[in-house]
Design a protein. Structure first.
Length: 286
């Protein structure tokens, strides 16, 4: 991927895109994909992260043409809407639901393959129906993820598994326990996604969490403590960038924040906040 964000190092910046904006959902752009991709490119983003419930509904022709025209890539496919909108879950007690979730994720892998994009497993892992179900749910999750990861590996698509705060998913909340789940199950081709909004709730020391993940870190979502763009809350992004540099992270950093006060302001504010953190946390400091 060509990097045009002007930042030191190899990290790429991505802007989230969906069909529609929802003030409760952390996606920064929606609407005409051609217009939005050109706008993000003009601000210095390198790529887009797509948030759709089903890849069959994604307007790929328009998106591909706009990406080509604006030297943009598709960094990743977020899949949480398949859980939130369609109720699909990788740990569901109903095996038909679980199978449908696996098939949906395979569809996302097929969609991602020509773009060499990553597939995100986040909310689609579902919620525990009860604490007593934790053991069996984790077994089902490992089994489902293994199937998807092997399918993705054969198609040269990376999988990232996201640590999510307790109010959205009631298990695997900290970076440490999520990394342990990936490592202990030897999930092939699977790295961890760290999202600063979730980390601020779950991880006592965000820099240490990044260091502990080390080369397992595969993708980063950046939103501030209030889930608005970087610089509007109390997360210390200088420390975050410093930690990413220390573990030699060379992947994508994505603007998964609320489109507030409006999409345009969030899009330009996010990149301004992240560039400031890079200047202070990356340049001139080891
Ligand atoms: C997904 O990346 C995520 O962070 C969820 O909180 C989305 O609602
Ligand atoms: Mn996220």
């Amino acid at each position: 991927m060509s990097i045009k964000n002007g930042l030191p190092g190899q990290m790429k910046l991505s802007a989230t895109l969906a069909a529609e904006l929802n003030p409760a959902s952390p996606v920064i752009m929606a609407g005409d994909p051609a217009e939005k991709i050109a706008q993000a490119s003009g601000l210095g983003y390198d790529s887009i992260e797509l948030h759709w419930a089903d890849p069959a509904q994604i307007p790929f022709a328009v998106i591909s043409a706009a990406c080509r025209e604006n030297q943009m890539e598709i960094s990743a496919f977020a899949t949480g809407r398949a859980y939130v909108q369609d109720g699909l879950s990788l740990i569901h007690e109903d095996s038909d639901n679980r199978t449908a979730a696996i098939i949906r994720l395979k569809d996302f892998v097929d969609a991602a393959s020509p773009y060499e994009a990553t597939v995100i497993i986040g909310c689609i892992r579902g919620n525990l129906p009860s604490e007593a179900a934790r053991g069996s749910a984790l077994e089902r999750l490992a089994h489902s993820t293994q199937i998807i990861a092997e399918y993705a590996q054969a198609r040269n698509v990376g999988i990232v598994f996201e640590a999510i705060n307790r109010f959205e998913n009631n298990y695997l909340n900290t970076a440490q326990e999520t990394a342990a789940f990936i490592r202990e199950n030897n999930l092939p081709n699977t790295k961890i996604l760290l999202d600063t909004f979730h980390m601020n709730i779950e991880d006592a020391d965000m820099s240490k969490a990044i260091h502990d993940c080390g080369d397992l870190l595969g993708y980063v979502h950046i939103a501030d403590s209030n889930r608005h763009f970087a610089g509007t809350g109390h997360i210390n992004f200088i420390e975050i960038i410093h930690a990413l540099k220390a573990v030699n992270y060379q992947g994508c950093i994505s603007a998964e924040c609320l489109p507030l006060p409006d999409s345009e302001a969030a899009l330009s504010g996010w990149i301004r906040g992240v560039k400031y953190a890079f200047q202070e946390g990356y340049d001139g400091k080891s």
